[in-house]
Write a protein that binds this ligand. Structure first.
Ligand SMILES: Cc1cc2nc3c(=O)[nH]c(=O)nc-3n(C[C@H](O)[C@H](O)[C@H](O)COP(=O)(O)OP(=O)(O)OC[C@H]3O[C@@H](n4cnc5c(N)ncnc54)[C@H](O)[C@@H]3O)c2cc1C
Length: 396
């Protein structure tokens, strides 16, 4: 029977980056991915590096915005990590950190921005609140009707098709065994650690001391294999991309009061998203998380209208394609990061803006798994905050 120190479930960004950091700290790691490496959310996302509080975190009222603002401590650390990431991985990942705006086009949105700005300031995030004139000086391509913007010079984007494969290559160099088309199908606890079954056809059993659940939107399902309940809600989202055009938009853009994110990627295309829903396909009356969700045309149209309103130049461009993906979110919008109480040796890292924060989750969870502690307090994200779901399971 093969034996490893750690089994990582999932070959997305969180899984591949965690495998890399764990192996660099001396762990003998197997990463099992049921599809291809980087084939789901980590390779399908918008690539935005959201270090400001996002629209979805400020639109639910002041009390919740304050609760969500706990994430800022992680965002600040992520800025540093992304800045050095290409050097750390030894290859380019399409990183561009040329600044990001969250723009207000109504007086309600100005109020949202002001509240967001003071939350960020109180958490040490140095966002600048700019007038319309100041914003248009830096970003003359914006609609002249904007009222204000919050600006963070370090925001930007990276290429989702490059980041995770770069981590996977770096992990392999550190000695990680990466197995794609290898589903984890059963997990049981024994006296020494965990016994795990891999594969649905030719099955194999392995033994590991620790498990890291990095299965993204499937982390809830994967946890059930070990009898653990985790509140990970899969959401179906969509994205659009226009034809390429000469570079004119160096920044990451968001709208304060609407679901919009927009950027021009290195190849010249404009990527448009911001959290608009797609629709799950169904199988025997159940949402089918194994198939790509369907596009909702009205949502594409609304998303494009918002994009063209903020950046009028976009209206001139042809739409090339739309696609969908599935992201896992946690009830309280914060990450799930840590060891599951009652299940020694079983860890999880998922939730939130997992492209922006994935490398950081990976670094912190690898510290915890190899030393028992972390360089930054991650207790607010511990899965124990949902311990009521597992209390009787853990005792059984
Ligand atoms: C359309 C879209 C746009 C987004 N835009 C952004 C953005 O701009 N910025 C941002 O920060 N975030 C964004 N996100 C979120 C971000 O993509 C995800 O949070 C992040 O990629 C999650 O990475 P992950 O490694 O946890 O999950 P994934 O990339 O989904 O990887 C999980 C892997 O686990 C595998 N797996 C599941 N179960 C098993 C099993 N039993 N055995 C083996 N393998 C298993 C799956 O096959 C999958 O490959 C977006 C998401 C979507 C869908």
């Amino acid at each position: 029977m093969r034996k490893y120190d750690v089994l990582v479930i999932g070959g997305g960004l969180v899984g591949c980056a965690s495998a890399f950091y764990l192996a660099r700290r001396g762990a003998n790691v197997l990463l099992a991915e049921k599809n291809d490496i980087n084939s789901l959310a980590s390779g399908q996302n918008a690539g935005s590096l959201h270090f400001q509080l996002e629209h979805r975190l400020i639109q639910q009222g002041d009390a919740l915005a304050e609760q969500f603002s706990r994430i800022i401590a992680l965002n600040r650390m992520a800025v540093e990590q992304w800045t050095g990431l290409e050097a750390e991985l030894g290859e380019p990942v399409g990183l561009a950190m040329k600044g990001g705006f969250m723009v207000a086009m109504t007086s309600d949105e100005v109020a949202l921005l002001k509240n967001k700005h003071s939350l960020e300031q109180s958490c040490g995030m140095d966002t600048q609140l700019l007038t319309a004139e100041e914003t248009l000086q830096i970003a003359p391509y914006l609609n002249k009707k904007i009222l204000a913007a919050a600006y963070l010079p370090q925001e930007g984007h990276a290429n989702p098709r490059l980041v995770t494969p770069a981590y996977a290559r770096a992990a392999a160099k550190q000695g990680v065994t990466l197995q794609s088309h290898c589903e984890v199908t059963y997990i049981s606890r024994n006296r020494k650690g965990w016994q795990v079954r891999l594969g649905t056809g030719e099955k194999e059993e392995i033994e590991v001391d620790m498990i890291l659940n990095a299965a993204g939107a499937w982390a809830g399902q994967s946890a059930l294999l070990a009898g653990i309940h985790l509140p990970v809600l899969p959401l179906a989202l969509m994205m659009s991309v226009t034809e390429a055009t000469p570079p004119f938009l160096p920044h990451l853009l968001q709208r304060a009061g609407a679901e919009l994110s927009l950027k021009q990627v290195n190849a010249g295309n404009i990527l448009i998203g911001g959290g608009w829903a797609a629709r799950f396909k169904y199988n025997h009356g159940q949402p089918d998380l194994a198939r790509r969700p369907a596009i909702i045309m009205e949502n594409v149209v609304q998303n494009l209208i918002l994009a063209a309103e903020l950046v009028p130049e976009v209206a001139r461009l042809h739409l090339l394609r739309c696609w969908t993906g599935i992201v896992g979110v946690i009830d309280d919008q914060l990450p799930l990061l840590g060891e599951v109480p009652g299940f020694p040796g079983y860890y999880v890292a998922t939730g939130g803006s997992g492209f922006t924060l994935g490398p950081l989750y990976a670094r912190l969870i690898s510290e915890l798994m190899t030393t028992g502690g972390t360089s930054h307090d991650i207790s607010p994200y511990n899965p124990g905050r949902f311990g009521q779901h597992n209390s009787s399971v853990a005792k059984a």
